[in-house]
Design a protein around this ligand. Structure first.
Ligand code: ASP
Ligand code: SER
Ligand code: ZN
Length: 653
C-alpha cells in the first residue's frame, strides 16, 4: 500500500473533556482557507496550490506517521485535526478551481485542476460537523481492525489471538476445524463495524456529490483518464482475458483439496472452494497451500523461507556472542540480543530488495530512510502493522512501515513497498499535484514487476536458494509458485470494489451487505464459506482496505500491468527466450527505461506513459497468458476429465 495523504483517514476522538481547556472557540473543522487571491489566473492558482500542498501535506504526513507508529489518544487527536484541516482545505481549493470552468487552459493546468478533484479517496462533506463525524467513523473502524483479536476460553484458560496468529493457523494447520475456528474468529472483529460503514458510505457519497460525482464509487472510477463507465468495462474485459487461467487453477486446487480433506469437506456445494481452507483469510493468495498444491515433490525446491530462517538464526547467534554491553540478567541480555537480531535481519532483507533497484542504476535509499523507517514491530505500544510506504515531504524523506518477520511473503512485500518509494523519489521533481502514479494501479505494480524478475536464477545468484534445477518439473513448480500469488489474486482484486461500487451506488443496501459480498466472492473467486454467513456478520470489514478505505481496483489492474511492465523491461534488457526466464537484475538499460517512466509521475495521461515504456496504450493481459503458458497447459492436462468451473448459488440463496 502506498500511503497518500488522507487516503487512510486517521482520525479520532470522542470529546475528551478538551472543551475545558480550549482557549478560544475555534470551530472543530477549521474554516477552509486563506482567502483565494482575487484575480489570480489559473496558472497562478495551480502554482499556489502546489506550494500550499507541499506544506500542508508534510504536516499531515507527520501527524499520520505518529498516529500509525505510536497509537494513543494524543497522536490520534493530532492526526485527526490535521486530516480535518487537509480535507477542508482540499474542498476549498476545489471550490476555488470552479472559477476557471469553461476557460481555455494549458493542458497541464487543466490536468492539475482535474486531479485536484480526484485527490482523495474519502470525499468529505463540506459541513464541518459531518467532516468531523466522517473522520471519527473511519478512525473507529480502522482502530477496531488494528486492535482486532479473537478470544476464547474462560478465566485462566482464556486466550486471545491477533490477526498474525490467526493467519498462521490458516497458513500452517491442516486441521479442518482449527482452520474454521481461526477464520470465523477473525470475522468476529468486523461485526461492530457494520453500523459505522453504513454511515460512512452516506457521508462519502455526500462529499462526492458535492464535488459533482454521482457517488463515491463513480469518483473512484474517474481517476483513469477515461470515463468511469469505460474503466468498469475495461476491468471486465481484462478479467475475461485471465478468467480461463484462473478457472484451471481453481479446478486443480479443488481436486487437491478433495484429496486432502475428502470431497464432502474439500469443497462446498456447487464446486466452490471453502473459504477457510485456502491458507489466507481472504483467499487472495494461495501460496501457503504449497504443501498441498506443489506439482512435483522433489523437483527444484525454492525454499526461500528456509534461507531467511537461517539468516535470522545466524544474526541471533552473532548478537548473542557479542560481549554484554550493559548490565542486567542473562535473560535481559538475551532478550536484547533477540531484538537486535530481528532488526538486523529485517534491515538485511530490506538491503536485499534495495540491491535489486540499485543494480538497475537507481540510487541507494537516503540515510534518513534507514533511520526513520519502522522495520520491526516495536515493543510496548500499538502500531499499524499493515505494510505501507510513505513520502513524508516530497523531498527525500521516504520511509516504509512494516513489522518484518523472516519469510518469503514479507521479503516480496519489501520489494513491493520499495517500488512505491522509488516511484516517489523519481517523481519528486514534479510539481506536487503530479507527484502520484500514472494511475494508482501503476503505483502498486512497480515493485511487483521486480518481484516477477525474482526468478530461480536470481534467487540463487543472491544465495536465497540453491542452484536451480533445469527440468520441466522444476519449471512447473516455479510457475505454480508464482501463480498461487498472482493468478489466485486476480478475482479477489476485482470483487472488493465490485462490492463497494454497489454499496456507493445503492444497488447493494445495508440489509444485504453480507449476501452481496458472498455472491461476489462466489461469482468471481468461486469460494464460499463453509457455514452460513447471515446479515448479523459484516465480512467485508474483515479485510483491511474496507475499514481503511483504500480503493482496491488498483491491485487488480496492477496484477495485469506488472506483466506488461515486466515484458517491456525484459525486452529493453535484450532478453531472448521465454518470458518467464527473464530477470533484468543488473541491467542498466531496463533500469533507465523504468526510471524514465517513474519520473513522469502523473503529469500526463497514463496511456502516454505506458506507450513510452511498452509501445502500447492499453492495459492488456496477454503478457500474463504468455508468462503462464506452460502452467496453463499443464493444468489442462491435470484437469482433463474433471468437471471444472463452479455454480455460484443463486442470488438470494
Ligand atoms: N502492499 C500491500 C497492500 O497494498 C501491503 C501488504 O501486503 O501488507 O496492502
Ligand atoms: N497488498 C494488498 C493486500 O494486502 C494487495 O496484495 O491486500
Ligand atoms: Zn502497495
Amino acid at each position: 500500500m502506498k500511503l497518500r495523504h488522507a487516503l487512510l483517514a486517521t482520525a479520532v476522538i470522542g470529546t475528551l473533556g478538551l472543551a475545558a481547556c480550549k482557549r478560544d472557540a475555534e470551530p472543530t473543522a477549521p474554516a477552509a482557507t486563506p482567502a483565494a487571491q482575487q484575480g489570480e489566473t489559473a496558472d497562478q492558482f495551480v502554482a499556489r496550490v502546489n506550494e500550499e500542498v507541499r506544506k500542508l501535506s508534510t504536516e499531515l504526513n507527520s501527524a499520520q506517521w505518529l498516529s500509525n507508529t505510536y497509537i494513543n489518544s494524543d497522536s490520534e487527536l493530532v492526526a485527526a485535526k490535521a486530516n480535518e484541516r487537509w480535507l477542508a482545505q482540499l474542498n476549498a481549493w476545489i471550490e476555488q478551481s470552479k472559477r476557471y470552468d469553461g476557460q481555455q487552459l494549458k493542458p497541464e493546468t487543466a490536468r492539475a485542476l482535474k486531479l485536484l478533484k480526484l485527490w482523495t479517496a474519502m470525499p468529505a462533506p463540506r459541513d464541518p460537523k459531518k467532516l468531523e463525524e466522517l473522520t471519527q467513523l473511519v478512525t473507529r473502524m480502522e482502530g477496531m481492525y488494528g486492535a482486532g483479536s479473537y478470544c476464547t476460553g474462560e478465566g485462566s484458560s482464556r486466550s486471545c489471538r491477533d490477526i498474525g496468529q490467526l493467519s498462521e493457523v490458516l497458513a500452517k494447520s491442516r486441521d479442518y476445524d482449527a482452520q474454521l475456528d481461526a477464520w470465523q474468529g477473525w470475522h468476529t472483529v468486523s461485526v461492530p463495524m457494520r453500523k459505522d460503514y453504513v454511515r460512512f458510505a452516506e457521508l462519502v457519497n455526500e462529499g462526492a456529490k458535492e464535488m459533482g460525482f454521482a457517488d463515491a464509487g463513480e469518483m473512484w472510477r474517474s481517476g483513469y483518464d477515461m470515463s468511469p463507465a469505460e474503466l468498469a468495462s475495461e476491468s471486465d474485459r481484462l478479467w475475461g482475458q485471465v478468467k480461463p487461467l484462473y478457472e484451471q487453477l481453481h479446478c486443480y486446487a479443488r481436486t487437491r483439496l478433495d484429496a486432502q480433506y475428502g470431497k464432502d469437506k474439500g469443497e462446498v456445494a456447487g464446486g466452490l472452494l471453502p473459504a477457510h481452507l485456502m491458507g489466507n483469510l481472504w483467499q487472495q493468495d494461495w501460496s501457503n497451500l504449497w504443501d498441498i498444491l506443489q506439482p512435483y515433490k522433489a523437483a527444484g525446491s525454492l525454499d526461500v523461507n528456509a534461507a531467511l530462517e537461517r539468516m535470522a538464526a545466524a544474526d541471533l547467534a552473532r548478537e548473542l556472542a557479542k560481549p554484554a554491553a550493559a548490565d542486567g540478567s542473562a535473560a535481559e541480555r538475551s532478550f536484547m540480543a533477540q531484538r537486535a537480531a530481528q532488526l538486523a535481519t529485517a534491515k538485511a532483507m530490506t538491503e536485499r530488495a534495495q540491491d535489486f533497484y540499485v543494480s538497475l542504476g537507481m540510487p541507494k535509499l537516503p540515510e534518513s530512510y534507514w533511520q526513520k523507517s519502522q522495520f520491526i514491530k516495536p515493543l510496548e505500544r500499538d502500531v499499524v502493522c499493515h505494510a505501507s510506504a510513505w513520502d513524508m515531504n516530497m523531498a527525500g524523506d521516504v520511509r516504509t512501515k512494516m513489522c518484518i518477520v523472516p519469510s518469503e511473503e514479507e521479503l516480496t512485500t519489501i520489494y513491493h513497498e520499495l517500488g512505491h518509494i522509488y516511484y516517489d523519489l523519481a517523481y519528486n521533481k514534479q510539481p506536487p499535484i503530479f507527484q502520484n502514479g500514472a494511475h494508482d494501479g501503476f503505483h502498486e505494480a512497480i515493485g511487483d514487476t521486480i518481484v516477477l524478475a525474482m526468478t530461480p536464477q536470481y534467487l540463487a545468484s543472491v544465495g536465497l536458494v540453491d542452484a536451480p534445477e533445469q527440468s520441466q518439473e522444476a519449471l512447473i513448480n516455479a510457475q505454480m509458485r508464482m501463480a498461487l500469488a498472482k493468478v489466485a489474486f486476480l478475482p479477489f482484486g476485482l470483487m472488493i470494489d465490485r462490492w463497494r461500487w454497489g454499496v456507493f451506488d445503492g444497488s447493494i443496501q445495508p440489509d444485504g451487505y453480507n449476501k452481496a459480498w458472498w455472491a461476489l466472492k462466489a461469482k468471481y473467486q468461486g469460494v464460499a464459506p463453509a457455514t452460513a454467513r447471515g446479515e448479523d456478520f459484516f465480512d467485508p470489514g474483515a479485510k483491511y482496505h474496507v475499514p481503511g478505505n483504500t480503493p482496491y481496483t488498483r491491485y487488480f489492474l496492477s496484477h495485469i500491468l506488472q506483466f506488461q511492465f515486466y515484458k517491456a523491461l525484459c525486452d529493453a534488457s535484450g532478453h531472448k527466450g521465454p518470458l518467464y526466464e527473464c530477470s533484468f537484475y543488473g541491467n542498466k538499460e531496463a533500469g533507465q527505461r523504468y526510471w524514465a517512466m517513474l519520473s513522469k509521475g502523473n503529469s500526463q495521461p497514463w496511456q502516454q506513459t505506458m506507450k513510452e515504456l511498452t509501445g502500447g496504450e492499453k492495459m492488456d493481459a496477454s503478457a500474463v497468458l504468455e508468462y503462464f503458458a506452460p502452467l496453463q497447459d499443464w493444468l489442462k492436462q491435470q484437469n482433463a476429465g474433471q468437471q471444472c468451473g463452479w455454480q455460484a448459488p443463486a442470488a438470494g440463496a
